[in-house]
Design a protein around this ligand. Structure first.
Ligand code: AMP
Length: 400
């Protein structure tokens, strides 16, 4: 996907700018915002537009209200939190379309910021209904998408609206950065380029594996995914999570890696247990297995020799892309491999890209979050982008 124009390429002073942000923030049991990362992340784009003299009209979704107005999912508290962090008034508008919204926008002066109510209070949002998209478009002259996490969805605020906007359609700083790291830096990587993939299933990641085998020099596999590859090599995996119906797929991957000259590494040892209780967060007896795993035992993490092997590969890399944990990292006894990988990625002097999903949680929990070059904010969107798919929310933006 070629790169798109950004807010730096256009002057939006005096224009009404519809900005799709991702304010889908978590709340604690007392109704307070428990993590403001997404609000903080949107500030540079909002500040840039407001300081330029644009009328900034923010839209987002929050939770899954399923097309009904449900105040459990109102964005009103986000407007308050945003105003505090922006150091500027933010007008909250109780609907994202219709008279209320149109009047609120008419009343705006240059540089003002409004936040529209949850777009998912309307069925037309997730259905990408053209009529709803057109009502949204009445509010604006220009369109900015800065919500990467929903860019893989063709919804009215992420894609449909763009068709009805005649002015500039560009990305904000967050999407620009995502495209730069997940796109440009992996398309023309500094080499050696090492990809680390883990997680539960080969079937979830197969398209990513295939796409990245075209680009990387080394691929390191961990997580339960590794056991399907072990089956493909004729090993036994005991009770480990695996997908016997994906053995042929795994074999095809191994063949592709060989044909491409990609060094494709699987765990040489595993931490195995005779009992895994995910709910209680506990494991029974554990031991290290090299090679085959016997019945009654399952692999829950990469073993110490694999950790050393993978660390050495990472240390030798100039670019590292990581997606998916090396084991059941939610359970402390099975998190060693994932945290060791997080540490080595953080400590290696390389471009380090954490490609969304559970690996983001793992890196943040490990305390190395601020030592990596880039942490993607998209789970599904990151994977689809890495698979080489066109994201609808990016496709509607003007090409650079
Ligand atoms: P994914 O969403 O595909 O990245 O998978 C993440 C999930 O994979 C996490 O919840 C991990 O607990 C799980 N996982 C990783 N390794 C294993 C394993 N060896 N056995 C079972 N689950 C695993």
């Amino acid at each position: 996907m070629a790169s798109v124009k950004t807010i730096k390429d256009v002057n939006l002073a005096g224009q009404r700018v519809f900005v799709r942000v991702d304010f889908n923030v978590p709340f604690d049991s007392e109704g307070k915002i428990s993590d403001d990362t997404r609000i903080m992340g949107a500030l540079p784009t909002i500040k840039h537009l407001s300081e330029q003299g644009a009328k900034v009209i923010l839209a987002s979704h929050l939770g899954r209200p399923k097309g009904e107005k449900n105040l459990k999912y109102t964005l009103a508290p986000v407007a308050v939190a945003l105003a505090e962090r922006l150091g500027k008034d933010v007008t909250f508008v109780e609907d994202c379309v219709g008279e209320v919204a149109e009047k609120a926008v008419e009343a705006m002066s240059d540089g003002d910021v409004v936040l529209l109510e949850n777009a998912r209070f309307h069925k037309g949002e997730e259905k990408n209904d053209p009529e709803f998209a057109q009502s949204l478009s009445k509010l604006a002259d220009a369109y900015v998408n800065d919500a990467f996490g929903t860019a893989h969805r063709a919804h009215a605020t992420t894609a449909g609206i763009a068709k009805f906007i005649s002015g500039p359609k560009v990305s904000g700083f967050l999407i620009e950065k995502e495209l730069n790291f997940l796109g440009d830096k992996t398309a023309k990587p500094e080499r050696p380029f090492t990809v680390i993939l883990g997680g539960a299933k080969v079937s979830d990641k197969i398209t990513v594996i295939e796409a990245l085998l075209e680009k990387c020099d080394t691929m390191l596999i961990g997580g339960a995914m590794a056991y399907t590859f072990a089956l493909a090599l004729g090993r036994t995996v005991g009770d480990s999570l695996s997908e016997p119906d994906k053995i042929e797929t795994a074999k095809a991957c191994l063949a592709k890696a060989e044909a491409k000259g990609v060094k494709f590494l699987l765990p040489v040892d595993n931490l195995i247990t005779n009992k895994l209780d995910f709910g209680a967060g506990t494991v029974g007896e554990t031991k290290i297995a090299e090679g085959n795993i016997e019945d009654g035992w399952e692999g829950v993490d990469i073993g110490p020799k694999t950790i050393e092997l993978y660390k050495a590969e990472v240390a030798n890399s100039k670019t590292v892309l990581w997606n998916g944990p090396m084991g059941v990292f939610e359970i402390a006894d099975c998190a060693k491999g994932t945290f060791a990988v997080a540490e080595s990625v953080a400590e290696t002097d390389c471009i380090s890209i954490i490609g969304g999903g559970d690996s983001v949680k793992a890196v943040k929990n490990s305390g190395y979050g601020d030592k990596v070059s880039f942490i993607s904010t998209g789970g599904g969107a990151s994977l689809e982008f890495l698979e080489g798919k066109t994201l609808p929310g990016v496709a509607v933006l003007e090409q650079a």
